[in-house]
Design a binder for this molecule. Structure first.
Ligand SMILES: *Cc1c(COP(=O)(O)O)cnc(C)c1O
Length: 372
């Protein structure tokens, strides 16, 4: 990280360490999750899909949270921390706009002004979310640099933070970036796995064979994996965006197609050329379209505790349509990557096995892609 951010990161680390041990902070967060976010979210048995696949598929319904994706679990936590640190405003980066919307909502609720950096390419692709952010009182700052997408918006947000870190809190959107963000975002998202583990034990009386989640930066996946990491017999599978296939070069499969490097203060798997320049990415789902993956996933892969695979654009679109047809649920295209893996690998998963799929968000934002 640039020298100017080392001190602000230390300050954040100390403040978060204190907050997470503070009973009052945890109680406040718990109340917000219950009464504003809408937790616990249900674990839904996908009856018709299960029959069709010869599996027992359960869906963890993050699509039913306020603002329609898991991102709100993290932004409520971080904005409460900003209030506790007496910061005067929050800033955030956004790609698809889901994190921007979730940050704008939390900032409004806790009374802080909010500025969201967004690439102009993404602003055009995700216009409804630009409108939602503005409605919630946030200022959306267009970023013209580079490919005008998430990577560039993140660089710009980090620059803005280093210019005014005394008064500004940077709400980072995934389990990524410099320490302490990856661990802090994991902690705020781990409520997903804690709930899912208790719910499946109550419903089935035992743990699932496999837990599956899509991996963009890696926050919804680490959020559901964390509760199961010690349960060695539960398989953990992360699904990246295979875009138009590995051979096309148009994808965001960092594990299959990348190698270790540094981006935005994280040493992790990264899509880069032979000189270490960050490569452009592609995915039909804007939320998975990022060249680096959260560092804890790199470690889970190294240790063999989790596996990482990818699903293509076409597979994800087909999986979304299947969930609509069989269960009456319109999933986000990001989440559809996790479903696509289950559809494709149902035989390898094993007959009648129990699988939990993290349905990270709802797909209203993707309707134009799903039904062009
Ligand atoms: C942002 C987003 C993702 C990808 O981000 P992660 O940090 O990997 O979870 C996945 N699903 C939805 C619905 C999103 O909005």
């Amino acid at each position: 990280m640039p020298e100017t951010l080392v001190e602000p990161l230390r300050e954040l680390e100390a403040a978060y360490d204190e907050a997470k041990r503070d009973r009052g902070f945890r109680a406040r967060l718990g109340r917000e999750l219950a009464t504003y976010v809408g937790r616990p979210t249900p674990l839904t048995f996908a009856d018709r899909l299960s029959k069709e696949l010869g599996l027992r598929v359960w869906l963890k319904r993050e699509d039913l949270t306020h603002t329609g994706a898991h991102k709100i679990n993290n932004t409520v936590g971080q904005v409460l921390l900003a209030v506790r640190m007496k910061k005067k405003r929050v800033i955030a980066e956004t790609g698809a706009g889901q994190h921007g919307v979730a940050t704008a909502a939390a900032a409004a609720r806790f009374g802080l002004p909010c500025r969201v950096y967004m690439g102009t390419e993404d602003m055009a692709r995700q216009a409804p979310n630009v409108g939602r952010m503005r409605f919630l009182g946030a200022e959306v700052v267009p970023v013209e640099a580079g490919s005008r997408t998430l990577k560039d918006a993140t660089s710009e947000a980090l620059r803005a933070w280093s210019a005014d870190s005394r008064e500004t809190f940077y709400v980072l959107g995934s389990a990524l970036g410099p320490h302490p963000y990856p661990g802090m975002v994991r902690d705020f998202q781990s409520v997903i796995g804690r709930e899912a583990r208790a719910q499946i034990l109550k419903e089935e009386g035992r743990l699932p064979r496999e837990v599956v989640a899509c991996v963009g930066g890696g926050s919804n996946s680490i959020g559901i994996f964390t509760a199961f990491i010690k349960d060695e017999r539960v398989r953990l599978t992360g699904v990246e965006a295979g875009g138009r296939g590995l051979a096309s070069g148009e994808h965001a499969a960092r594990f299959a197609g990348g190698r270790p490097g540094v981006l935005h203060g994280t040493y992790t798997y990264l899509l880069q050329d032979k000189d270490g320049q960050v490569l452009p990415t592609h995915s039909v789902s804007a939320g998975l379209d990022y060249p680096a993956v959260g560092p804890e996933h790199a470690e889970l892969r190294r240790s063999g505790r989790a596996r990482y695979v990818f699903a293509t654009d076409t597979e994800a679109l087909r999986a979304a349509a299947e969930l609509g047809r069989l269960e009456g649920i319109l999933p986000a295209l990001e989440s559809s990557h996790a479903l696509a893996y289950v559809l494709r690998e149902r035989r390898k998963i094993g007959r009648s096995q129990t699988v939990i799929v993290n349905l990270s968000g709802r797909g209203d934002k993707d309707l134009a892609t799903l039904c062009p």
